[in-house]
Design a protein around this ligand. Structure first.
Ligand SMILES: CC(C)(COP(=O)(O)OP(=O)(O)OC[C@H]1O[C@@H](n2cnc3c(N)ncnc32)[C@H](O)[C@@H]1OP(=O)(O)O)[C@@H](O)C(=O)NCCC(=O)NCCS
Length: 191
């Protein structure tokens, strides 16, 4: 666990860098996913379903095509030389609307509540605005109240819930949507 003063220093000195992921980041990304999934979902998703999903979704060969690919935005949050969180946005197919989805956002438990998630979101929204995307969707396990509150605080509006198979169980997901506008451009004259 980080000491209170270490956490304070990270926040006050703004030592976190959010940048596009490289192939070298994929191993740490997979490790963060394993740790954060176990901490977040141990009460709601059976261990074998979690592990089977993580094995597949975070296999390095399966993640590699996402790095610097058109229609994908994969970011890592770096503190000194350590990767402590990541976020993945992707363009969602729609015949007439320019939509994207935030498909992954994970910050290591001991680094949560330090505004790392917020910084990843803002970096992604900026990229989506530059790509003329007008809506961003996210689906979150409906029992994950902390993440739901986090998204609501960042402008997402609840749409509906739907069930999805995860291995041998069905999980209920809450879907949210958020408009992406010129106000999301970082360094834009938003004032
Ligand atoms: C959800 C998650 C990505 C958010 O990232 P994070 O870095 O913890 O988020 P932030 O620090 O930007 O914000 C978290 C909260 O702390 C608050 N906060 C952050 N820094 C703060 C500070 N210095 N002082 C007071 N409050 C602060 C924010 O207002 C926010 O509050 P809210 O939850 O009521 O909206 C992260 O907690 C996580 O990985 N959770 C587990 C996995 C998960 O649920 N992922 C989402 C899957 S869809």
């Amino acid at each position: 666990m980080l000491h209170f003063y270490d956490r304070l220093e990270i926040v006050s000195e703004n030592k976190i860098i959010v940048r596009s992921a490289t192939h070298d980041d994929l191993q740490p990304v997979a490790k963060i996913a394993r740790i954060t999934w176990d901490a977040t979902y141990h009460h709601t998703i059976a261990a074998e379903n979690r592990h089977e999903f993580l094995e597949r979704a975070y296999k390095i060969e399966n993640l590699a095509p996402v790095v610097n690919a058109a229609g994908h935005w994969l970011y890592v949050a770096q503190l000194n030389s350590d990767i402590v969180g990541f976020g993945h946005f992707l363009k969602r197919y729609h015949p007439s609307k320019s939509r994207a989805e935030l498909v992954r956002l994970y910050v290591l438990p001991q680094y949560q509540n330090l505004r790392i998630g917020k910084t990843i979101l803002e970096t992604g929204f900026d990229a989506l605005a530059r790509a003329n995307i007008t809506q961003c969707f996210v689906s979150v396990q409906s029992s994950n109240t902390a993440a739901r509150r986090f998204y609501e605080r960042h402008g997402f509006t609840f749409k509906d819930t739907h069930g999805q198979f995860l291995g041998t169980q069905i999980i209920t997901l809450a879907e949210y949507v958020r408009p992406i506008t010129a106000k999301d451009l970082l360094n834009a004259s938003n004032s």
